[in-house]
Design a protein. Structure first.
Length: 185
C-alpha cells in the first residue's frame, strides 16, 4: 500500500498555514528549512493574470531516487505504507556528500538548515500522527480544505487520478504519490 497526497489547486489561497503548522509541529527553527512549501506561479498581464499555488512536501514517491544516491543509506522507504523516511543521525551532512539527495530529487524535497554540515530532513508524512491514525498536520491546518492525505488508491477513488497541474510535471521515473484537481486558466 502506498500513502499519498491530494491537492485541490482551485482551493489553495497561498496562506501558508500548512507550512507554518509543519514547522511548528516538527519544531523546525526559523530559516530556510521547510518540509512543506507553497510554490507560486503567475502568468499573463493585467487585466488577464493567472495565479496558482501548489504544495511541495516530499511526495513519498513510489520509486524515490533519493534513496539510491544516499552514500550512507540514511533514507529508506517503509514497505507497509510507502512513507519515505530519513535517519538524520546516519546522514553525513550537506558538506560531506554534496547534498546528493537534494540534487537527485526532482521536487527539492530533502531539506537542509543553513548551518555548514547540516543533516538532511524532510516531510515524513507526520509519521508520529500517522501511527495514531491521524492525518498529517498540513491537512489539518489547511483552512480551505485544499489538501487531503491517505492511501493513494483511496484518494484516486475519491478524487480521480490527475497527476499533473500548473507548475508540476509528473516524473514517470520517481512516480510521486500525489493527485491533483488543477486550477485551469
Amino acid at each position: 500500500m502506498q500513502i499519498g497526497f491530494y491537492f485541490n489547486q482551485t482551493r489553495c489561497i497561498g496562506c501558508s498555514a500548512c507550512t507554518v503548522a509543519c514547522k511548528d509541529w516538527h519544531d523546525i527553527p526559523a530559516g530556510p528549512e521547510k518540509w512543506m512549501r507553497i510554490l507560486y506561479k503567475e502568468t499573463g498581464k493585467f487585466p488577464e493574470v493567472f495565479v496558482s499555488y501548489r504544495i511541495n512536501p516530499c511526495f513519498h514517491c513510489e520509486d524515490p531516487v533519493c534513496i539510491a544516491v544516499c552514500p550512507v543509506e540514511a533514507i529508506s522507504k517503509r514497505k507497509d505504507n510507502g512513507i519515505v523516511v530519513v535517519n538524520s543521525e546516519k546522514c553525513i551532512g550537506n558538506e560531506q556528500c554534496d547534498s546528493k539527495c537534494l540534487k537527485a530529487c526532482p521536487y527539492d524535497a530533502p531539506q537542509f538548515s543553513a548551518e555548514v554540515g547540516a543533516r538532511m530532513h524532510k516531510c515524513n508524512y507526520c509519521l508520529d500522527r500517522f501511527v495514531e491514525g491521524r492525518l498529517p498536520i498540513c491537512v489539518e491546518a489547511c483552512r480551505t480544505h485544499a489538501i487531503d492525505a491517505g492511501y493513494l488508491d483511496d484518494l484516486k477513488r475519491k478524487y480521480g487520478d490527475i497527476k499533473e497541474t500548473n507548475n508540476f510535471i509528473y516524473s514517470k521515473r520517481t512516480k510521486p504519490a500525489i493527485i491533483f484537481k488543477p486550477k485551469l486558466k
